[in-house]
Structures are given as structure tokens and as C-alpha cells.
Design a protein around this ligand. Structure first.
Ligand SMILES: [Zn+2]
Length: 157
């Protein structure tokens, strides 16, 4: 409770680009890895009982809640206590709606928490990870414009 969040860690689901997967499926994978939420922290918040992320952004750009912010995530070893975990479905190509939602979510979180969040890609914190499949600092530097090769072609959107 009262965890001070100062950062966001961006992840990808490492699922085939352009294939739709749901937050429920990610929850199931995390269940298989032994993750377990503490449902007593905010009873009634989201129905996913295992997922390690706070948010999932699916191909259609929809935002799905995982853990509440009050609950420590399970997504970036050594950084969970102070960070918010966001997962984009895909591996390294995301729809324009996903890119838009990622930025919107970060802006909403900063307004809600009244702070400027540090933004990391998982691969910056753990050099063995390719996740999230793009360079977060470069994306920030480009004023949150994704590179062409990180945009899913022919996004149905
Ligand atoms: Zn990751």
C-alpha cells in the first residue's frame, strides 16, 4: 500500500506480431509460471488473478487492467516495487492504436500520480531481454513517434 511509483516498464507479450491475444490468455500464462495476485488489496478490481502486469494493450488499442497500482507487479525483477508494468501484445510491431494508447496511458498515469514517470524498456533493465522489441529512450526522444519498422503494417485500423 502507498507504494510510490516513479517509473514505467514497457513490455511486449512476445506473441507473434499481428496476432490477437487477450489479457486473459496472458493471465493464464502467468498462472502457469506460478504468479499469483493478492486479491485482498483491492477486491473487485479486475478479474485476472495471476497477471504480473498492471496494464495490457491489445491489438485493437484497448486497455485492459491487470494488477491495481496499489499492488506490486511481477514483471521486471529488481524493479517491481517502484514501477508500473505495461504490456503490449505483439513482439516488435504494434498497431497505431496500441502506440496511441501507450502514450495516452503514460500521460494519464502521470496526471493521476502527479509526477513525471521515468520510462524504461524491459531490455534496459535486463540485457538478456529483447522485450519490448523497441528502444524506449529513442521513442521518447522522437517525441513518442514509433519507428516505421515497429508499426504493424496494414493495421486494420
Ligand atoms: Zn518484459
Amino acid at each position: 500500500m502507498g507504494n510510490k511509483r516513479d517509473s514505467v516498464v514497457v513490455h511486449c507479450a512476445a506473441t507473434p506480431n499481428g496476432q490477437h491475444f487477450t489479457a486473459e490468455q496472458i493471465d493464464q500464462w502467468h498462472a502457469e509460471r506460478g504468479f499469483k495476485r493478492d486479491m485482498s488489496i483491492r477486491p473487485g478490481y479486475a478479474k485476472l488473478q495471476h497477471i504480473g502486469y498492471h496494464y495490457v494493450i491489445t491489438l485493437d488499442g484497448q486497455l485492459h487492467r491487470g494488477r491495481p497500482l496499489e499492488e506490486v507487479g511481477a514483471h521486471a525483477q529488481g524493479y517491481n516495487a517502484k514501477s508500473i508494468g505495461i504490456c503490449m501484445v505483439g513482439t516488435d510491431k504494434f498497431t497505431l492504436r496500441q502506440w496511441e494508447m501507450l502514450l495516452k496511458l503514460i500521460q494519464r498515469l502521470e496526471a493521476h500520480l502527479d509526477t513525471v514517470l521515468k520510462l524504461y524498456g524491459h531490455n534496459e533493465l535486463n540485457p538478456r531481454k529483447l522485450c519490448p522489441g523497441f528502444n524506449v529512450p529513442a521513442w521518447v526522444k522522437r517525441k513518442f513517434r514509433p519507428l516505421d519498422h515497429n508499426i504493424l503494417e496494414g493495421s486494420f485500423l
